[in-house]
Design a protein around this ligand. Structure first.
Ligand code: SF4
Length: 475
């Protein structure tokens, strides 16, 4: 009997992608195999995101298509996982009978059992209907709802399930205790729960034993790590030091940080530990104190600048990345101008810019969404243009230099591979040798683009012969 097949699509943040890896681990341990395409799957799972309306819209649209498919394939199992499962549980259960599973992000521990139960039930239903397939929806297919249970972090991770052989993400905590008015995460993911340092070292060691050389630690407020682990001396700085000791680990990054928790111990760790990535994702969200206050971010522009000043003094090579929301309720033209000025003052290497959209269930959703859509579009475009200008200038400064990249895979341009520097800069270079993927290679930058660089691979022949030491080639 062929193994049952699943197809899992992840929406939203990196945390969701890691959750998806954990779900895949459980399903594979249960004997399931990944389907090459959705149409070949017996089980279709959507690991969803509620942070922005756009991400939700894509899931609703996908569910509409799956409803049609299920009319002729009653044995198909359709599952909604993650934040939308938590947030829209009632609607999904009452209005979408073609959905078999509704599983919140804190309940992935039993996902294989839940999927298997739904598959058995749907197979029985399909067998009964086989002689005369109905065009009617499979009403009452038996929805399984799970919104409490074992956290995904309690799953012993199958380290082989990961997107890159040399890179892995490790979730160090779940949830968030911050009160940001626009954000649904504290509702969907709950309060902060950190994993003990010993667990994280053990998991990271297993990943490195399996060939991983770059680990990115994940948390909604990753630099608040350990606040709930009283008496254990668990801080992000101490965690970085513990992981830094793994000999075969070469790069160690962490996302996403909150400005309020950028303390002296973390700054010192970043300055002292050479394996720690040379970028810090520190979302500011706005450069206006009035907007920051309205968002309840808990800091001012001045405080943000003071925090990064200490970082720049101790670790001047660390580049800053940020997120911004434009068009927050009440954001005036002057507030927006302050944000533009702030972005220029800090000189971020990279920023993600989002147009505000109200999320039901958040405090901000009760405020008038009073910045017209056209104005949000304009502010979005202006801020992106400013950031592109800054990024391009930083890329131009690299032209002529040799950088070390961890080769990640094929570039979109045929005949090229791409890799990232320790600063997270994307560099493309002419090469087709797939064996380079996962290696650290020296590349001389020859051209700066708005969001990436182009370069030429150095010592390619030596690398092919296995004699190349990338560190030696860097000047
Ligand atoms: S810090 Fe604020 S924006 Fe980030 S996850 Fe927590 S509540 Fe959301």
């Amino acid at each position: 009997m062929p193994a049952p097949k699943y197809f899992l699509t992840s929406y939203g943040c990196q945390m969701n992608k890691l959750d998806s890896e954990l779900v895949e681990s459980k399903l594979r341990q249960r004997g399931y195999e990944a389907a090459a395409e959705e149409g070949a799957a017996d089980v279709v799972l959507l690991n969803t995101c509620s942070v922005r309306q756009h991400a939700e819209d894509r899931v609703w649209s996908k569910l509409g298509k799956l409803r049609v498919r299920k009319r002729t394939e009653p044995g198909l199992v359709v599952g909604v996982l993650g934040c939308m499962a938590q947030e829209h549980k009632r609607y999904l259960l009452s209005r979408m009978p073609h959905v078999d599973l509704v599983v919140g992000p804190s309940a992935f521990g039993d996902i294989d059992t839940t999927v298997e139960a739904a598959r058995s039930r749907n197979q029985e239903i399909a067998a009964e209907r086989e002689p005369a397939r109905t065009k009617h929806q499979v009403a009452g297919a038996g929805v399984v709802a799970v919104d409490q249970g074992v956290s995904g972090d309690t799953i012993r991770r199958d380290v082989r399930v990961r997107p890159h052989r040399s890179q892995a993400f490790v979730s160090v905590m779940r949830g968030c205790n911050m009160p940001c008015t626009y954000c649904i995460v504290p509702t969907t993911r709950g309060e902060e729960v950190s994993r003990p340092i010993a667990d994280l070292v053990e998991e990271s060691q297993r990943l490195c034993d399996d060939g991983v050389t770059e680990i990115t630690l994940l948390g909604q407020t990753v630099n608040a790590y350990g606040r709930d682990l009283t008496g254990q001396n668990a801080t992000l700085a101490n965690l970085l030091r513990a992981l830094h000791a793994i000999p075969s680990l070469r790069r160690l990054a962490f996302i996403t940080s909150h400005p309020n928790f950028l303390g002296p111990d973390l700054v010192t760790a970043m300055a002292e530990l050479p394996k720690v990535a040379r970028y810090l994702h520190l979302p500011a969200q706005s450069g206006s104190n009035a907007v920051l206050k309205a968002m309840r971010r808990g800091y001012t522009v001045e405080r943000y600048l003071a925090r990064i000043e200490q970082l720049r003094q101790q670790a001047p090579d660390v580049e800053l990345h940020s997120d911004f929301i434009v068009g927050y309720p009440g954001e005036t033209a002057a507030d927006f101008d302050a944000t533009v000025q702030f972005v220029r003052t800090v000189g971020f290497a990279q920023s993600y810019v989002f147009k505000y959209s109200p999320r039901p269930g958040t405090l901000a959703a009760d405020l008038p969404d009073d910045v017209p859509e056209a104005e949000k579009e304009r502010r979005n475009a202006v801020l992106l243009a400013v950031q592109s200008e800054l990024t391009l200038a930083k890329n131009q400064a690299l032209v002529g230099q040799t950088v070390e990249v961890l080769v990640e895979g094929e570039s979109k341009v045929a005949g090229r591979l791409s890799g990232r520097t320790a600063h997270h800069r994307l560099v493309h270079f002419a090469a087709t040798d797939q064996d380079l993927i996962g290696q650290y290679m020296p590349v001389r930058v020859t051209e700066a683009l708005a969001h990436s660089c182009v370069g030429e691979l150095l010592a390619h022949d030596a690398a092919q012969e296995g004699r190349h030491d990338p560190a030696e080639a860097l000047s």
